[in-house]
Design a protein. Structure first.
Length: 69
C-alpha cells in the first residue's frame, strides 16, 4: 500500500479502518512480519484507525517546507 485515503464527504464512516484492516491482512497473508507506516501527527482519525488495527505509535515527525519569498 502506498496511500490510503477517503474522500472528504465519506469520512467518519469507518472506511479508512476497513481499508487499513484489509490491506494489513493482505500483506500479512503474503508473509510480511512487520509493517511500518506513517501519517501526519495532526490526523487524529487516521491515527485512531491505525490503533484500532493494532498498530503502535512509536515516533512522531515534523515536516518542513520552504518557498522563495
Amino acid at each position: 500500500m502506498a496511500e490510503l485515503g477517503v474522500v472528504q464527504t465519506q469520512r467518519g464512516r469507518g472506511y479508512a479502518g476497513q481499508l487499513l484492516a484489509y490491506g494489513t491482512a493482505t500483506v500479512l497473508d503474503d508473509g510480511l512480519t512487520q509493517i511500518t507506516t506513517d501519517t501526519d501527527q495532526a490526523n487524529r482519525r487516521m491515527r485512531a484507525a491505525f490503533a484500532r488495527c493494532g498498530y503502535v505509535e512509536f515516533a512522531t515527525r515534523h515536516d518542513f517546507s520552504w518557498a522563495r519569498p
